[in-house]
Design a protein around this ligand. Sequence first.
Ligand SMILES: Nc1ncnc2c1ncn2[C@@H]1O[C@H](COP(=O)(O)OP(=O)(O)OP(=O)(O)O)[C@@H](O)[C@H]1O
Ligand SMILES: [Mg+2]
Length: 233
Amino acid sequence: MLKVTDLHAGYGGSEVLHSISLNVQEGEAVVILGPNGHGKTTLLRAISGLIRPTAGTVELDGKVISALPAEEIVAAGVIHIPQGDLIFPEMTVLENLLMGAYRAAAWQERSQKVERVFHLFPVLGQRKSQLGRSLSGGERRMLALGRGLMGQARILMIDEPSLGLAPLIIENLYETIKEINRSGLTVLLVDENADHIAGLANRVYLLESGVLVREGSADAMLRDEALLAAYLG
Ligand SMILES: Nc1ncnc2c1ncn2[C@@H]1O[C@H](COP(=O)(O)OP(=O)(O)OP(=O)(O)O)[C@@H](O)[C@H]1O
Ligand SMILES: [Mg+2]
């Protein structure tokens, strides 16, 4: 469904990603593991059009999307949930969610979508009239994820959802991501460690220094002692 072929990208003159090729099948949860600063965020940005690949292609359902403006890549259903706490601090929880449904097709279904988000994250329902800035770190992460669910996603790309959160909150968040994937939504997630991906990932890629060095089923990768030693937090 998502196919990346020989992708190169970077910032200014310096290339960060060197010839990345990967694919994600419909309904899969694929995880890209890689250490700090090795290009995970850059890869998601290049797929979602926030930076321009210098070479290579990204295809969605057989159509090349890598030449489209970021806005049209979102319209095609590639929803990117960025790293960190990118929410609108001066808007309420509900307003933040509605920002994720700004396109006409999603807007028509906004009530059902809000209900679904409140079902997945009950705490957001309890806090729907509170301003974004008053939320805890974990609640902000839930809100960012919830906003991503408000659009017409074909694939949800999630950048390090666990960053800086307490273990219990991380566990809940990954459980919810599993539930989202089981409900049929395709997920591409990048992460620094393998702690939370058991039971979620179908397949795993390893990204080192801007190169995908390995790919395999999550089961096989999570049995690999050397890999686990390098990638467990
Ligand atoms: N806006 C930018 N301008 C210039 N260089 C950047 C920019 N963003 C990232 N880089 C560089 O690109 C490289 C890859 O960064 P990237 O953010 O993709 O790594 P990452 O794997 O997501 O790391 P982390 O786990 O810390 O989020 C790094 O060397 C970083 O310094
Ligand atoms: Mg990153």
